[in-house]
Design a protein around this ligand. Structure first.
Ligand code: C2E
Ligand code: CA
Ligand code: CA
Length: 528
């Protein structure tokens, strides 16, 4: 991953962590708001219920009073009649005035002002009613030319009327009420506002009633309709400032969201760091089988014929090939090496299984790590796997370095088991460790691989230039095979062969190959 990709990735991670933190906090905030709105709507509903009840009650009482006037037996507008009207106006506290008019709507008399003859009502005519019920009740909303001068709500029938203060309809509400800022009562048959609380915009309320959607200021509204009368009330919530909203916000939700957000962010950060750490990526690679195997031919130094290959694992990371030196130590450290060893074996059998079955003289050697050599696990995997493919045990050889002898006793035992099962075992990187010699004596092995560093010095004047030769002598004495690694020049091959090394491996012969290339290479050196 280059610097730019790393930067982009880091930015992406920050974005993910921030989202993980903010999303639950945001959801918490939304829930808090919802809960706040729900509470508000509940409160508005309660106010609306009371207001509707009040409006129905006032209407009922006014029609009751109207009914009583209808029953007065005295001649309309006669002194006894006016006396009755006054009595009715007095006994019904909602009734401000009561009176009579003729069939042209001209005023005849009023409980407050007496008969037309008194002069005050002379020539006063009622306008056409704002509403008329099927049974003849009429209503005028907001008549101001009435006796008393104030805007009145008038209900009339058969030539007599009662007038009331419209605010009676809405006086359930305290002016300083925090729950609702405005209440309006509406006649639903003619969509007229009957009464509103002070400072309530009747037109806005009417618009809300008609469209059932909040008007300009976006405050919530509740509309409630009467089932028995053509009445509805609209209650609007007070327009709250941000400060008021924050004060009444259910902070529990928000805090809960923030806590969950922090938890999510930490989890996301942990998860991402883990996934993107080398360890996480390697674990991923194991899970996704992202390993491939290269085969480096091993040749007979005398005949130069290929006798087998060393399987060298590579990690296919996106479009890059990662060398084993860069991930094997980590895999060993993180306990992933055994899974990798198994995948290498699977790949070998998949790619070269048929070849090995057909040509029993060839072998493939597999590099094992310390963990592979502490138990019989790999042997238990190997046995059935090759048996199923028809590959002979002698065709799979084992390479173990000194580093893999950490638990020497266990390694010794496992190596013996491999050999007993028919797998030749080689001591890899021979000469680079502290006690290569003692291992050679203590472990029963089939061969050793002279490390490239000693092959490199062959033919040079360096003090170590004869080490390879000594190693070969020792191996000959102990009767173990020698494979010289990292041969790059013909002189090295000739020298090592002359000293007694039977096998060699290195770029002089071939670099590590794909399976198909290796099969072709083996065919060529066979002379096929
Ligand atoms: P090794 O077992 O000593 O493998 C030989 C290494 O030397 C290979 O490197 C090979 O590509 C390289 N090499 C071969 N001939 C020449 C040459 O002529 N000149 C030069 N300069 N290099 C040459 P590679 O493939 O990078 O492997 C490095 C090491 O990784 C191996 O060293 C081995 O210890 C380890 N390794 C490879 N595959 C596996 C595996 O499947 N399991 C385990 N546990 N370790 C592995
Ligand atoms: Ca090796
Ligand atoms: Ca080696």
């Amino acid at each position: 991953m280059n610097k730019i990709q790393r930067g982009a990735l880091a930015a992406l991670l920050i974005v993910i962590v921030v989202i993980a933190a903010l999303a639950p906090a945001g959801i918490g905030f939304l829930f808090a708001q919802r809960s706040q709105r729900h509470d508000e709507a509940e409160r508005l509903n309660t106010v609306a219920r009371a207001a509707l009840h009040r409006a129905e009650d006032v209407t009922r009482r006014l029609s009751g009073a109207l009914g009583e006037i209808g029953k007065v037996a005295a001649t309309p507008c006669s002194p006894p009649y006016l006396k009755e009207l006054r009595r009715i106006a007095l006994t019904h506290e909602q009734v401000r005035d009561a009176g009579a008019y003729d069939h042209d709507g001209r005023w005849q008399c009023s409980s407050l002002l007496g008969a037309v003859s008194a002069g005050v009502l002379d020539g006063l005519t009622l306008p056409p009613p704002d509403w008329r019920s099927r049974d003849g009740i009429m209503a005028w909303y907001g008549l101001s030319r009435l006796p008393g001068g104030k805007s009145s709500l008038v209900m009339g029938r058969n030539g007599f009327y009662v007038a009331a203060d419209p605010s009676l309809y809405v006086d359930t509400l305290d002016a300083n009420d925090e729950v609702a800022s405005g209440v309006a009562v509406i006649n639903t048959e003619v969509s007229r506002v009957i009464a509103t609380t002070p400072a309530t915009d009747a037109n806005a309320i009417l618009a809300v009633y008609r469209t059932a959607a909040p008007a300009r200021d976006c405050s919530p509204y509740v509309v409630r309709r009467s089932v028995s009368m053509p009445l509805a009330v609209v209650v609007s919530a007070p327009h709250q400032t941000l400060h008021q909203r924050l004060r009444t916000l259910p902070w529990g939700w928000l805090l809960g969201g923030v806590v969950v957000g922090l938890a999510c962010a930490s989890w996301a950060a942990f998860f991402i760091v883990r996934r993107l750490s080398p360890r996480g990526q390697l674990t991923d690679a194991v899970r996704r089988h992202q390993f491939i195997v290269a085969y480096q031919p091993i040749v007979d130094l005398g005949t130069r014929r290929c006798v087998g290959a060393e399987a060298l694992v590579r990690w296919k990371y996106h479009d890059r090939i990662v060398r084993p030196d860069h991930f094997i130590p980590l895999a060993e450290h993180r306990g992933l090496i055994q899974a990798i060893t198994d995948q290498v074996l699977d790949t070998i059998l998949l790619e070269l299984g048929d070849f090995l079955k057909r040509y029993p003289e060839y072998y493939v050697s597999v590099n094992l790590s310390a963990q592979d050599l502490t138990t019989h696990r790999f042997l238990d995997v190997l046995g059935p796997a090759i048996a199923q493919q028809g590959v002979r045990p002698s065709q799979i050889r084992i390479e173990a370095t000194e580093r893999s002898f950490l638990d020497a006793e266990a390694a010794k035992e496992v190596i013996s088991a491999f050999r007993d099962a028919g797998h030749a075992v080689y001591l890899d990187d021979f000469g680079t460790g502290y006690s290569s010699l003692s291992h050679l004596q203590n472990f029963r092995i089939d061969g050793l691989k002279i490390d490239k560093s000693f092959v490199d010095t062959v033919g040079q004047d360096a003090a170590s230039s004869s080490v390879a030769s000594h190693i070969i002598d020792m191996a000959t004495t102990l009767d173990v095979q020698v494979i010289a690694e990292g041969i790059e020049h013909e002189e090295q091959a000739a020298y090592l062969y002359a000293r007694g090394a039977q096998f060699g491996q290195g770029w002089l012969f071939s670099a590590p190959l794909t399976a198909a290339e290796f099969i072709r290479y083996a065919g060529r050196t066979r002379g096929a």
